[in-house]
Design a protein around this ligand. Sequence first.
Ligand code: C2E
Ligand code: MG
Ligand code: MG
Ligand code: MG
Length: 288
Amino acid sequence: NADIAMHEVKKSGRGQLRFYDPAMSAYAREALVIDGALRGAIAAGELWLVYQPIIDARTGRLDKVEALLRWHSATLGHVGPDRFIPVAEDSGLIIDLGAWVLAEACRQLGAWRADLPQLAMSINVSARQLLDPAFISLVEQALADHGLAPQRLELELTERVLIGNGEQVRAALARLHDLGVSISLDDFGTGYSSLSYLTQFDINTLKIDRGFVTGMVDSPRSHALVATIVAMGHSLGMRLVAEGVETADQARALDVIGCHYLQGYHISRPVAADELLRFAASRSGGER
Ligand code: C2E
Ligand code: MG
Ligand code: MG
Ligand code: MG
């Protein structure tokens, strides 16, 4: 039974002997292999961040980047975050990975100080990180280490993070809010979508999931849904980001309905740090 096998794996703890059970699911087997390889990835220098531009829909100005984790494993080759993040969340390794991401993203933002003094940085945070008692001080430390104003950091959470740990999450978000760090709700509309949490938690930004954006030019219903989310966000005083903007038509339609920010392949793929500077230079004219 895969659950039992994974349970045994978790109990066996870090860096200890793990075993294969022929009854394990394919996922559990893959998870074991990924987890094993991932444990040495930070020390081996196999991880890096790429940065995806988030632009002002009206002016085309580069306002923010989202840091996205990349891994090239010596043994497994390139592994995407959709495969290794869930494994790291299950094993607890996400605490170390997330701390690395936070520190590296802040280091990079500090390094861009001269070229991009106003740029904001958005990073993805898993539930286990947010609920880790050390998290807030890690955030404070990362900001202090690089002399960054808290307003330049945004943390992206999914709806899944908000449910289930209500009181603890509310407390953590309130502390981050007091610190001046922004909170963004990622993949909005795909999760449990109980809208009540929009009033219960300190949330600054909604990121409209790519799934809605993809259909909005051809499907009147998708268009209406996105327009409704944008209007709701406006009335709650939130900022809106559209994810997965792949065409000029989508970008125009989003601007028309009042979506503040755009992110997606139409604007730019996630790029390496030096390439981001070239993107920023090409955008100083402000065209979309
Ligand atoms: P996400 O936070 O929703 O990030 C957006 C994902 O959509 C990224 O995939 C990005 O490359 C992709 N994307 C952006 N624009 C477009 C577009 O126009 N079309 C399409 N088809 N895709 C687009 P990526 O980098 O593979 O990351 C996948 C997920 O892995 C992220 O989804 C996030 O949930 C997670 N992730 C990535 N880095 C981290 C991290 O440092 N920490 C944590 N906890 N999770 C991370
Ligand atoms: Mg995200
Ligand atoms: Mg997203
Ligand atoms: Mg996602």
